[in-house]
Design a protein around this ligand. Structure first.
Ligand code: TYD
Length: 214
């Protein structure tokens, strides 16, 4: 199709993901980005992993609460992701909507690879199988020391899920795996120092979205 006959609706939307260790404080900034994009007149789907579909949310319930073999955990993460792509992400992007997702495959590399110590080479095959056709256009990695994140979680005083209950060394390995992943894809993954006041983080995130995506 000639460019002059293209309307915004037949242009593929963008896919933005947020990552970080538990307690990094992504949630409010995800909401801020969704608001910013909507203020620019874009249709935005805000979603999360594991989850994002009725089946995926059932898998999330199991993944966050039931003990299982680390490889089962990995396969269920990718199974939920396959469903999420088929039902939500791919159709949204195809119709020109934007998708903002709380976690995606970088989390599997970090948690199941770094945290659980599984062979990351195996993930590459699963990643290719499940979403060889798609990578996020932009990923924010909220980085901070696990000790600071742990204090934030403790201060919330809520019940902890299976990942949050892991020991400090687990979260240290998750953080390192995330940083390794960002070093391998510096164009896609923007590291944000999450140990700063929220208004500074908000500005850094929004400036990046404006410069890189809008
Ligand atoms: P999270 O997204 O942090 O939700 P909440 O903000 O409600 O706590 O929780 C999801 C958990 O799932 C988080 O601890 C990371 C984990 N996870 C993995 O271990 N691997 C994955 O591939 C994904 C997507 C998440």
């Amino acid at each position: 199709m000639k460019p002059e006959t293209m309307s915004p609706s037949n242009k593929r939307g963008k896919f933005i993901t947020f990552e970080g260790i538990d307690g990094a404080g992504k949630s409010s900034h995800i909401a801020g980005v969704v608001e910013l994009l909507r203020a620019h007149g874009l249709n935005v789907i805000a979603t999360r992993e594991p989850g994002g579909t009725p089946l995926g949310e059932k898998l999330r319930e199991l993944l966050l609460n039931k003990a299982m073999h680390p490889e089962t955990e990995t396969l269920l993460m990718f199974a939920a992701r396959r469903e999420h792509l088929a039902q939500v992400i791919d159709p949204a992007l195809a119709r020109g909507d934007w998708v903002v997702c709380d976690r995606f495959s970088d989390a599997t590399y970090a948690y199941q690879g770094g945290g659980r110590g599984l062979d990351k080479n195996k993930f590459a095959d699963l990643e290719q199988w499940v979403h060889g056709h798609l990578q996020p256009d932009l990923t924010f990695l909220f980085d901070l020391p696990p000790s600071v994140a742990g204090e934030r979680i403790t201060a919330q005083g809520r019940e902890l899920d299976r990942f949050e209950q892991e020991q400090a060394d687990f979260h240290i390995r998750v953080r390192l795996a995330y940083l390794e992943r960002s070093a391998a894809s510096p164009q896609r993954i923007q590291v944000i120092n999450a140990d700063q006041p929220p208004e500074i983080i908000k500005k850094q995130v929004e400036d990046t979205v404006i410069t890189r995506c809008l």
